[in-house]
Design a binder for this molecule. Structure first.
Ligand SMILES: [Zn+2]
Length: 158
């Protein structure tokens, strides 16, 4: 992971923190064009009752509406947590480019187990199990403690 990536991945973690502060699950993502322009960003918005409102899914659909096929393939999606299977599938169908995640689904699963959080209804598979051709970087070990703490705070507040 390059310094350039670290800057964007830190922004994704800031958005995850903003989600937590808004009472939502701490996940955040940004979509960056190949020239470094930030195209769109979002965080989890599932607290209203729609459990599909993940940022990676929203950004994939944003990209389908606003970008050409070439622009989508050249864009990088930075996210605080590795995509769930729903979001990975959306990423694959829309034809977005590289993914950089700060923490993996395997890390999240182990943190939630430590916190006694019951397993969700969707199995947390690695992105490449869903999108075999995806280019994926992560996790960033420097951010693991910070992200684990966001999840601890979220579940402590429930
Ligand atoms: Zn998801």
């Amino acid at each position: 992971m390059e310094e350039y990536d670290k800057q964007h991945i830190r922004r994704a973690v800031q958005l995850a923190t903003a989600a937590l502060e808004a009472g939502d699950e701490p996940f955040g993502s940004i979509l960056v064009a190949d020239d470094g322009t930030v195209l769109a960003e979002d965080h989890n918005r599932v607290s209203g009752g729609d459990s599909t409102k993940h940022p990676e899914f929203e950004l994939a659909r944003w990209a389908a509406t606003h970008l050409t096929e070439t622009q989508r393939a050249a864009a990088t999606l930075y996210t605080s947590g590795e995509h769930c299977p729903m979001c990975a599938a959306a990423h694959g169908w829309v034809g977005l480019g590289r993914i950089v995640y700060a923490s993996s689904s395997a890390q999240l699963s182990s943190w939630l187990t430590e916190l006694d959080v019951p397993a969700g209804p969707v199995r947390p598979l690695p992105i490449r199990d869903i999108v075999p051709g995806a280019t994926v970087d992560g996790p960033d070990p420097d951010l693991a403690d910070q992200i684990r703490d966001l999840h601890r705070r979220y579940h402590a507040g429930r």
